[in-house]
Design a protein around this ligand. Structure first.
Ligand code: DGJ
Length: 302
């Protein structure tokens, strides 16, 4: 059992360093990738360390597989070097290439670069080879997710225009390139930390407001088509008094397990980011309505 909202331990009893991450299921194993923040926080920032991977069969006991992508120590001015920001790693398996593709948000310490970066590996536990960075369709890219639809088409969905707008970019079938088709949604609504689902006839989004590492209210959105008319609705969180603050957390990524959908949350500690906690919470959908339910415990595969 892991206690939601707290910093989880791995199978060695060490703190799990996999913040802002994602869980990939591949050939019977779950792979959890996330930001390794095991350093001292200074003014809510730290050097870029890299991305960790943990493996599990039951989603509760996590074995540390180490850093699968490391920030470059040399040259000192490398665009993905230790003086950069690397956030929200998302790993997808490209059936077309038979490779694992790691995407992340690359930035400078003042968040003015706003680029998508990618790396590739033959193995889910890396090492991932750095391939470069760019602005998808020449638009800003901050918090993002890679959303794989039920037909296996992939969309790179990110906060753009200085976090004012959310952009849905269509990817090609290798999950490494962009087709050029994209749509801006939630214009001027300043949403970030996107999580997307497609359940039944509806697409659903969950996003946070833009308040850095401080919690705010999650909002959900719906559309009948991925490139359709997205509408922001309401706060889907319920079950604890701090639901208006997303249970002191922030949306991180979706997870499908036990025949149902869940949402991963980060519970950031802005003054000491390495001790930020995690939650995995059940999500219910009903014809365009969505709810995220607080549970004290995460018990993994039932
Ligand atoms: C909010 C984002 O969701 C996080 O990933 C991180 O970028 C913080 N802002 C930094 O303040």
């Amino acid at each position: 059992m892991q206690k939601n909202g707290t910093l989880w331990k791995d199978t060695d009893g060490a703190d799990i360093q996999a913040h802002g991450g994602c869980i990939l299921f591949h050939n019977g194993t779950y792979y959890w990738y996330g930001e390794n923040k095991n350093a001292v926080t200074v003014k809510r920032r730290m050097d870029f360390i890299g991305f960790s991977c943990y493996t599990s069969k039951n989603l509760v006991d996590w074995k540390n597989e180490g850093l699968v992508f490391k920030a470059f120590k040399e040259p000192a001015n490398h665009e993905a070097g230790i003086k950069c920001i690397g956030e929200r790693p998302k790993v997808v398996y490209s059936k077309k290439l038979k490779k694992f593709v790691l995407w992340f948000h690359l930035d400078n310490m003042t968040y003015e670069l706003r680029r998508a970066a990618w790396a590739i590996s033959d193995s889910p536990v890396g090492p991932f080879e750095y391939m470069g960075s760019f602005k998808p369709n020449i638009r800003d890219c901050c918090d993002f997710t890679v959303f794989i639809d039920n037909d296996e088409k992939a969309y790179f969905i990110c906060a753009g225009d200085m976090n004012k707008t959310m952009l849905i970019h269509e990817m090609d079938d290798t999950y490494t390139k962009f087709t050029g088709a994209y749509k801006a949604i939630f214009t001027d609504q300043a949403r970030e930390a996107p999580v997307f689902y497609h359940v039944g006839d509806w697409y659903y989004s969950a996003t946070s407001g833009c308040t850095g590492y401080s919690p705010n209210a999650m909002l959900y959105g719906t559309s009948e088509h991925i490139f359709g008319r997205w509408r922001l609705w309401d706060n889907p969180c319920m079950g604890r008094a701090d639901y208006r603050k997303t249970f002191q957390g922030q949306s991180c990524n979706s997870l499908f397990a036990n025949g149902r959908w869940y949402m991963m949350l980060d519970h950031w500690n802005p003054e000491d980011i390495r001790v930020s906690g995690y939650s995995i919470l059940p999500v219910n959908f009903d014809g365009g309505y969505m709810e995220v339910l607080w549970e004290d415990e995460w018990n993994g595969i039932k």
